[in-house]
Design a protein. Structure first.
Length: 104
């Protein structure tokens, strides 16, 4: 019975502690200030990472890639590259005219 009374006393103490809870006085703009601080810190961290990659630099980079791709396409379309590959293959005996394949 003593254990039961001890538990009941603890329960009563917990329930009575609710009466000691008071309203918290907070500034009416607390939420706005906290949200402002959170979002300004995020903006600063993101600005540091990509600040050097300005729109002007993006445009120049895009133009360089376009020029390189056009140059590469013109070089691949020329017949000299295929002739050079055939010459390389013949020089190192990579092609064989005696070999008959079932796929020919």
């Amino acid at each position: 019975m003593k254990i039961y009374n001890n538990i009941q006393d603890k329960i009563d103490d917990v329930l009575n502690s609710v009466d000691a809870v008071n309203d918290v006085k907070v500034s009416p703009f607390f939420k706005d200030k906290a949200m402002q601080r959170l979002f300004t810190e995020k903006d600063k961290s993101q600005a540091k990472v990509w600040s050097w990659f300005s729109p002007q630099l993006q445009l120049v980079t895009l133009m360089v890639f376009v020029v390189l791709n056009v140059f590469a396409m013109t070089q691949l379309d020329s017949n000299t590259s295929s002739e050079e590959i055939d010459e390389f293959a013949q020089t190192y005996s990579l092609t064989s005219t005696d070999y008959q394949s079932i796929f020919n």
